[in-house]
Design a protein around this ligand. Structure first.
Ligand code: PMP
Length: 426
């Protein structure tokens, strides 16, 4: 894969960084699962609209009208990109965490007033675990070692509950931020719907890498983040079925979410405005929509081929190195997205990450990736190192990582490293 060039230019793709030996090298950003650099086309669009934004919805001035049109067009683009059904709402949020917390306030209560039941797996990012745990006292299912066993566990749990207190919602990752693996969406939707539960997909790691259509899959809700989808921070989306969202608790109380307010009573809007109180992030929404348009213009198969080749090279290259272990959730997972997490025995993950940065100019992530239950179950409580790729990643960057880890194992680090305030530094 050394010859693979990025599929699309990203901002900062030519950044050079200093190394500890005093030389300089092109930065290899293999941490795109945390935050992906903006596509050049996104940056261009932001530059275009910056002079135009003004207050939205309530202003009558020309620029307010332009801004409102930009915002509402962006909303439609984002919804269309993920195959929103005609009656679905597309709510512009801050990020995936925001989207899932919003939805957690909209799960209908059970007939006796108890919170609606939510089922989640222990493989989830905390963003798709804690909102359910807090709002609904979710049931957290410990997944099995294979996809097949995990699906059977989910089916049994849904079926057992159906006779008494059925689940309202199954909250599932679209792709794990630790391993890139996922469960088959069509099977999950079929199982959940058969037992009267809806499905929300945490699309934070899915949407940037695979085309997903709510309409085609029957997924009820999808949450994702702009900053992982090649747009800047600050805008994300929750897309999905209108009825719960229209009836749910308005996410924020404030201007724009209300039709009429008296001192004692308030008449809340329905539709996206209900959950978008306060001045919205017009530029963020436009940037997210620009990223969606740019991704939509790519052949999805080309993205899969590019990123899968990079991922496969990472896995094979790393697994060929003595003392390196690659983390897996399910033995039979298919079509993982470009995330690979590994450990190097004898080296703290924080040291490995510091070494890759200081001696090779490679950016990765270390720690427990906001997925403590999963890392604990798999025996990686001490954390691990994560490398991730996207449409802006070149094959040469992946080769550099494999070579750098090999060098660490064979020769050890060249510089001295220490822990200062909990962080590994040279
Ligand atoms: N879910 C997954 C799978 C993620 O990878 C992340 C980010 N690491 C989130 C949710 C939360 O995303 P955000 O921080 O943008 O809200």
């Amino acid at each position: 894969v050394a010859h693979l060039a990025p599929l699309r230019p990203v901002v900062g793709g030519d950044t050079r960084v200093p190394l500890v030996d005093g030389t300089e090298v092109g930065y290899a950003n293999l941490d795109v699962a945390a935050s992906a650099p903006a596509l050049q086309a996104v940056a261009d669009r932001v530059t275009q609209v910056l002079p135009l934004y003004a207050s939205v919805h309530r202003g009558a001035g020309y620029l307010s009208q332009v801004s409102t049109a930009l915002y509402e067009t962006a909303r439609r683009t984002v919804g269309a990109f993920v195959g929103a059904r005609e009656d679905d709402l597309t709510i512009i949020t801050r990020n995936t965490t925001d989207s899932l917390n919003l939805l957690a306030g909209c799960v209908p209560a059970q007939p006796d007033g108890e919170p609606g039941r939510v089922l989640v797996l222990d493989v989830e990012h905390h963003a798709n675990l804690l909102p359910w745990q807090r709002a609904t006292g979710a049931t957290v299912l410990t997944g099995g070692p294979t996809v097949a066993e995990t699906l059977a566990q989910i089916r049994d749990e849904l079926a057992d509950a159906a006779a008494g207190r059925p689940y309202a919602l199954l909250a599932l990752t679209g792709a794990s931020n630790v391993t890139g693996e996922s469960l088959p969406v069509d099977r999950i939707v079929a199982l959940a719907h058969e037992h009267g539960a809806r499905v929300v997909l945490d699309g934070a790691q899915l949407v940037p890498h695979r085309r997903i259509s709510l309409e085609a899959t029957g997924v009820d809700y999808l949450a994702f983040s702009g900053h992982k989808t090649y747009a800047p921070f600050g805008a994300g989306a929750l897309v999905g079925r209108r009825d719960w969202l229209d009836a749910g608790t308005p996410y924020l109380a404030g201007g724009g979410a209300v039709r009429r307010v008296r001192t004692a009573v308030t008449d809340w809007h329905e539709g996206p405005a209900r959950h978008e109180a306060g001045s919205p992030n017009v530029v963020g929404a436009v940037a997210l929509a620009a990223a969606c348009e740019e991704l939509a213009a790519l052949d999805p198969a080309e993205v899969v081929v590019h990123e899968s080749a990079l991922r496969q090279r990472l896995v094979e290259g790393l697994e060929a190195i003595d003392r390196v272990e690659v983390v897996r959730v399910w033995a039979d997972a298919v079509d993982p997205v470009g995330v690979v997490t590994f450990t190097v025995s004898g080296y703290d993950p924080g040291l490995v990450a510091a070494y890759l940065s200081a001696e090779h100019g490679i950016g990765v992530r270390d720690g427990r990736f906001c997925a403590h239950p999963l890392l604990g179950r798999l025996g990686f409580d001490a954390g691990a190192v994560r490398a991730s790729v996207g449409v802006g990643t070149a094959g040469e960057e992946v080769e550099r990582l494999v070579a750098a880890v090999e060098r660490l194992v064979v020769e050890g680090p060249q510089a001295g490293y220490d822990v200062v305030d909990g962080l590994w530094v040279v």
